[in-house]
Design a protein around this ligand. Structure first.
Ligand SMILES: Cc1cc2nc3c(=O)[nH]c(=O)nc-3n(C[C@H](O)[C@H](O)[C@H](O)COP(=O)(O)OP(=O)(O)OC[C@H]3O[C@@H](n4cnc5c(N)ncnc54)[C@H](O)[C@@H]3O)c2cc1C
Length: 450
């Protein structure tokens, strides 16, 4: 019986395992050092905030693994011998494989600052990080103030977590507004104001200099680069992005760059060794996608695609149109297609931007300057229907069409206020058009042709 070994029990590795099991009777072993069972990394914050218990963020019951003949081994793989097809564990012992899937995820990205080793300095990626935060920032007496370094998705989550316990939070952001390497300025500035409205001291255009210790090796403050200033704190959250977790592959012969290099079938340079999820790097980037995609749903899609290949039906990873979603305190964010920020905007790309007066809702639509083709949309505080966005991108609709049928795309719950007339009015005024938003049609939404 073919022996499949997967390193990593995150969404990528577990999805591959589940689908291989659906398609075959192969022996499957999942090795992971972090936790006994798979959990939803995206929900870590809700455990600290008390919205969920640890057990609630495990997508499968503990009996699921045995029932599906998925063997779990809790161990850290420190070395791979690809000639002998063996893994070596730091706890001692080895395991052999016929086919190996590397799905080892990400670790916190750091930039060599002085003081990173101090007690109280931490990232927010793993279960161990969550436990650490519970210890370091149990409440505002033990931890009156914290500094978060880096403005991105994880940084804002950490700020929200700490604020729920009344801890004073200062956030250092290198850019002049929140996440400007991803969001156009109008959105970035609105989210900056929203973060500040939650009592976070958001310091734009500010870089960490050093992390300073007290006499016991614990954090006491940080200093910043731009001016002579120390900010006292008990916790320093490092949220300057993540990078593939691959140092253990150093002498394995498996080719790496930022991540493990793979082709579209997710094969590495070594026969029978594959990589998926956050740790994989596409040799040939797919469209506008970054070669390393540290995103939940792409890990799942890679796992599904690879299961097919492993079971004899060679299958390319084909993620379709880009989408993603997140939440910045109270504001939900969705993105479909490509809306580039000013610093990376394509020469053919133009934007239409609308913002509500209450400063908590806005949209940006990107379209092609020459042919008005719809390229992508970002929304904040307004939910969109995924299938509609996917369809309009596939059908290569024009921006006027998107305006006309915008009501079809709205996915806000019943009785929520709707803003399509306001949005379209502004569009008409700016572009000298006379578009009248069509009433919502279930027939159109379901793709029923009349
Ligand atoms: C706080 C947070 C919030 C996030 N929110 C979102 C979100 O809202 N939306 C979104 O799309 N994405 C989000 N992400 C990203 C998303 O969670 C990741 O893209 C996804 O979990 C990666 O899955 P993976 O299977 O590739 O790896 P992981 O889930 O990281 O799993 C890899 C596992 O392999 C283990 N491992 C690594 N090396 C070894 C070794 N040598 N031996 C044994 N085991 C090893 C690791 O310990 C880990 O358990 C978030 C991430 C974080 C940290």
């Amino acid at each position: 019986m073919e022996n499949i070994v997967i390193i990593g029990n995150g969404i990528a590795g577990v999805t591959a395992a589940r689908h291989i099991r659906k398609l075959s009777d192969k022996k499957i072993t999942i090795v992971s050092a972090e936790t006994d069972y798979f959990f939803s990394r995206t929900a870590l914050m809700y455990v600290y905030m008390g919205h969920m218990r640890w057990t609630d963020i495990k997508p499968y019951e503990d009996w699921f693994w045995r029932k599906n003949r998925l063997e779990l081994k809790k161990a850290y793989v420190e070395r791979i011998d690809t000639d002998a097809k063996s893994l070596y564990f730091s706890e001692g012992g080895t395991i052999n494989y016929d086919k190996l899937i590397i799905a080892t995820g990400s670790v916190t990205n750091t930039f060599g600052w002085e003081g990173l080793e101090l007690d109280g300095v931490q990232g927010l990626v793993s279960k161990q990080d969550l436990d650490e935060l519970e210890k370091n920032a149990a409440n505002k007496v033990a931890c009156p103030s914290a500094v978060i370094v880096g403005g991105g998705l994880i940084g804002v989550e950490m700020a929200e977590m700490l604020r729920t316990r009344g801890i004073a939070v200062t956030m250092l952001v290198r850019e002049n507004a929140f996440w400007t390497n991803v969001l156009p300025n109008g959105e970035a500035e609105m989210i900056s104001r929203h973060i500040e409205s939650h009592g976070v001291n958001l310091r734009h255009s500010t870089n960490l200099d050093k992390i300073l210790a007290d006499d016991h090796g614990k954090v006491r403050a940080i200093s910043i680069k731009e001016i002579e200033e120390e900010i006292p704190c008990k916790v320093v959250g490092i949220t300057t992005g993540v990078k593939p977790n691959i140092p253990f592959l150093k002498d394995s012969g498996i080719e790496t760059d930022k991540g493990v290099l793979v082709n579209r079938s997710l094969e590495t340079n070594i026969k029978d060794v594959y990589a998926i999820g956050d740790c994989a790097q596409q040799r040939e980037p797919i469209g506008n996608r970054p070669p390393v995609e540290a995103v939940w749903y792409t890990g799942r899609m890679m796992g599904e695609a690879l299961a097919q290949t492993i079971c004899g039906n060679t299958f390319d990873y084909n993620p379709g149109h880009w989408f993603n979603s997140a939440k910045f305190f109270d504001i939900e964010y969705q993105t479909y297609g490509w809306v580039f920020p000013e610093e990376r905007k394509k020469d053919y790309e133009a934007h239409f931007h609308w913002k509500h007066d209450d400063d908590t809702k806005c949209i940006t639509i990107a379209y092609h300057k020459d042919n008005q083709k719809f390229l992508g949309i970002n929304t904040f505080g307004i939910r969109l229907r995924h299938e509609m966005m996917d369809r309009w991108l596939t059908e290569e609709r024009g921006v006027n069409y998107v305006m006309e049928y915008l009501r079809d795309a709205n996915f806000d719950p019943e009785f929520y206020d709707r803003y399509e007339p306001e949005i379209v009015n502004q569009f008409n005024a700016e572009f000298n058009t006379n578009i009248r938003p069509k009433r919502r049609s279930w027939k159109r939404m379901l793709g029923v042709r009349s």
